[in-house]
Design a protein around this ligand. Structure first.
Ligand code: ASP
Length: 419
């Protein structure tokens, strides 16, 4: 059995165990609550997420350094960077436009009950200027704080300098290449624990899940879910086929393991090691491209999040009886696309971004309190869409630059991990 299949089986069993605990109300038993859901399940799940996060900064730093030195050419780097940025922004804008249109047509939130006790405490979000200034920082500080944009900039600059530094540069490049291999080995080792961790994470999520909460917000919940699936299964495959000629079915099949990790962790950042491995080993994307586009995408490209924000904005407007003008809807597209740039791919990041969007169009941010209760499952799903978007753009850009090995892409067993 491949590791991915095993993870999926454990995931389903975890969800069933969690639901059983929830429906039988065993989850409210103090012993089960303390020692099982918030004890064993929580600890096992968190240990796994922490070990993935542990590898993100070293992996991004080293692999992007290697990628830059392999390209050698700043012009090539500029062209990959430029294309990637444009695709990331355009796909986010498309996601928002579709979400706003569908949610408006369906009238999501019309007549919804606004609970009087909604209590939402806004979180601090960064201004655009702060985001721009944060891309250059003391590298040690940036690494410690997980500021990926600054780590990306530092790795590229260091990589470019190494290619210009003659003999000394070559020695550093050799060392980093070996280091890169060692880190990828560690990624593989940690991935083997995924089935048990995913079981624990899903069991906890479903044990804690308020099934009733979903039924009262069913319109919002299923609109977001439906649009997320549409984006992953229709929009990306179409773009992939039209812009690169690559087979969308192969792409979807090979995305499975990264998607499962994103779903389990709710964090594009924590999934970087797996997404990167999927791109290079399974799809044949050259390391020089994937080492840049994947961490960059995990930070700035969040199409799934954009979909949630589009639907949430319409939902909150309708629930509060506010009519949004076309100009305001356009503002939402622009605001949410820009907001996605500086927000890290961590759980619930999308909610912080939503605050800015709502403020921009004058909607009450307390509205977030209404949908927050059912966000966990949507966060998991949109994270999976976010990383699928990063990967689709990566394949399109790599193909356009002749940096995708078609034979590896077409080989169903390339890079497959057997358990
Ligand atoms: N959890 C999402 C991600 O990591 C961000 C969000 O929408 O909250 O991509």
């Amino acid at each position: 059995m491949s590791l991915t299949k095993k993870i999926i089986v454990f995931m389903v069993v975890g969800a069933v165990v969690g639901l059983a605990l929830n429906l039988s109300q065993l989850n409210q038993d103090p012993f089960v609550d303390t020692y099982l859901t918030n004890g064993l399940f929580y600890v096992v799940g968190q240990l796994f997420i922490l070990s993935l996060k542990m590898m993100v900064v070293p992996l991004v730093f080293v692999s992007l350094f290697c990628g830059t030195t392999a390209l050698r050419d700043p012009a090539m780097l500029g062209s990959i960077g430029g294309r990637t940025l444009v695709f990331y922004l355009v796909t986010t804008a498309i996601a928002l436009a579709i979400a706003l249109t569908v949610a408006t047509l369906l009238g999501v939130g019309v007549g919804a009950d606004i609970p009087t006790d909604v209590n939402y405490i806004p979180k601090e979000s960064r201004s655009f200027v702060e985001v721009i200034l944060s891309v250059i920082d003391n590298p040690i500080k940036a690494m410690a704080e997980g500021n990926l944009l600054a780590v990306i900039v530092f790795s590229i600059l260091l990589g470019l300098s190494a290619t210009m530094a003659g003999k000394a540069g070559e020695q550093v490049i050799g060392l980093f290449k070996s280091f890169n291999e060692v880190i990828m080995k560690l990624v593989m080792l940690i991935m083997h624990f995924a089935p048990y961790a995913v079981f624990a994470i899903l069991a906890k999520v479903f044990a804690d899940l308020g099934v009733e909460a979903i039924s009262t917000l069913a319109g919002y919940f299923f609109t977001v879910l439906g649009l997320l699936l549409f984006h992953a299964l229709v929009v990306y495959p179409l773009l992939l086929k039209l812009l690169s000629g690559l087979n969308p079915l192969t792409f979807i099949k090979k995305m499975q393991s990264a998607v499962v990790f994103a779903f389990g962790t709710s964090s594009s950042n924590a999934t970087i090691p797996v997404t990167m491995r999927t791109m290079t080993e399974r799809m044949g994307v050259d390391k020089s491209v994937a080492s840049f586009t994947i961490p960059f995408g995990a930070t700035i490209n969040m199409d799934g999040t954009a979909i949630m924000q589009g639907v949430a904005t319409v939902f909150i407007a309708n629930a509060y009886g506010v009519d949004l003008t076309n100009l305001q809807l356009l503002m939402v597209v622009l605001m949410a696309t820009m907001a996605s740039i500086g927000t890290a791919g961590v759980p619930s990041a999308g909610m912080v971004m939503l605050q800015g969007v709502l403020l921009q169009v004058g909607l009450p941010i307390e509205g977030i309190g209404i949908i927050l209760g059912i966000d966990r499952l949507l966060d998991m799903t949109r994270t999976a869409v976010n990383i699928t978007g990063d990967s689709a753009v990566t394949c399109i850009v790599a193909k356009s630059q002749n940096k995708l090995d078609q034979a590896v892409f077409d080989d169903p067993d390339a890079g497959l991990i057997k358990d």
